[in-house]
Structures are given as structure tokens and as C-alpha cells.
Design a protein around this ligand. Sequence first.
Ligand code: OOG
Ligand code: MG
Length: 254
Amino acid sequence: MSAHQDIVATLDDAARFAHEVPQFDTQGSLTLNDAYAIQSASIQRRIGRGEQRVGVKMGFTSRAKMVQMGLSDVIWGRLTDAMQIEEGSDVPRARFVHPRVEPEIAFLLKKPLSGRVTGAEALAAVEAIAPALEVIDSRYKDFKFTLPEVIADNASSSGFVVGGWHAPTLDFRNLGLVMRIDGRAVQAGSTAALLGDPLRSLVAAARVSAAAGEPLQAGWIVLAGGATPAEWIHAGQHIALQMQGLGSASFQMV
Ligand code: OOG
Ligand code: MG
């Protein structure tokens, strides 16, 4: 692992100071285990600076995202409190390298959820669901990367906005959604794009988190993944997600 300390520092600094870095593994010599170890170590640096772990994000859980990025394995990343953007707030463009936004659904857990669980067990651990926008911001030049590289870069996670929480009594398997930039609809889709049922993304999150020795905790947030391709965003734009039955989530880039 120590051989990768320089990569850990490079990626963490790039995220912290919002500058791009070259790809470091175009030959594909990094294993997925190495990549997750780098991710873990870079999050440890954040924790060391006082950030707190608040959950997990899932990636490439929709065909739309797999096709857009040219990768087809489900990945995951770690969320900290510093990544959360207050609903409706102003977000400085300067915080990012080359941000994109995508529509997601978020789960808030009321119980720990660990290992191989059924959909029913996962649902029983959900306190609430909400529409969410994820701001992804790959630290790699031109937003281009291999699978191990994006995993090492914490699955491009950079920011996320969660709208109002709702009890999970509503059937959320196929909720229509529209993402708007400055009022113009730029992406439309459904929560069904997420593995056929977003709950499957939560089931996967429980499995991979436990395997990493960090089981999902009560109070954590799980982002189920982008339901449509992501859109580039720029200073001055207002970004909003409307989700059937669950209201909206939005922010303003300044
Ligand atoms: C990787 C992150 C993928 C999602 O929701 O599928 C992701 C990327 O697209 O840069 O967050
Ligand atoms: Mg995402």
C-alpha cells in the first residue's frame, strides 16, 4: 500500500484544491483492491482534517451512466459531511475542476445494514427517501479514467444535495424525474433506471460496505447512482431536480 501513498496524496490534494491531474494507470496495472485501498486512504486524510463520514455513493448503477462513461461495473465511494451542499444554496464554481450534475435518489438509514441482505431487509432499514443531485467532478484531465482510476478518485464524488425527506411508504421503484438547468429540461428519466429498482442499489451498498469492513450505519445516507447521463454545469446556472411524489432538490452555481 505504501507504494501508493504518492497517488493518495495527489488525488486528495487535487480534490481539496480543485485542480486536475493526469491519469496514472492507463496501462491498467492497478487492481480493484489497490484502487479501493487508495480511495480509503484518501478519505482517511479527509477524516484527519476533521471531516466526518456520512454515507456511501453508488456509481454506474444505470445503463445511461455506464454508456456515458464507457464502464460497466458498479462502483462505490465514501461520502463525508463536507461534500453535502445545503438544499437551495449557492455553490461556488471555484470548488470544482470541471463539474457535472446527475439526478439520483437518496436513502437515509434508521438502522445499520450489513452484508447480504434482502430487499425487504434493506427497506426495513430505510428511514426516509429524497430526490438528490450529485455533483461529480473527476480529478482526471478531461474527465477521462479507467475503472481503477475512478475508484481511486472516490468515484468522482464531490458534492451532493438532498431535497426534503419522505417516509418510504411511497412505491419508489418507478418515479418519473426531470432535471432542469435554468428552467430548461436537460434530462428526464425514472428511478427504475437504477438496476430496475433503486433498492437493489442499497442492497449492493450494504454488501460492498460490509466487505470493506465499514458496514452501513444508522443515520448514513446512500446515493443510489445517476439515473440519466450527467450534464456539465457552469457558474451562474440554477440546477433543479423534480421527482414524482418526492418534490425537488436544487442549488445555484455561483
Ligand atoms: C463516476 C461516478 C459515477 C454514478 O452515479 O453513476 C456516479 C463518474 O461518472 O465520473 O456517480
Ligand atoms: Mg452519481
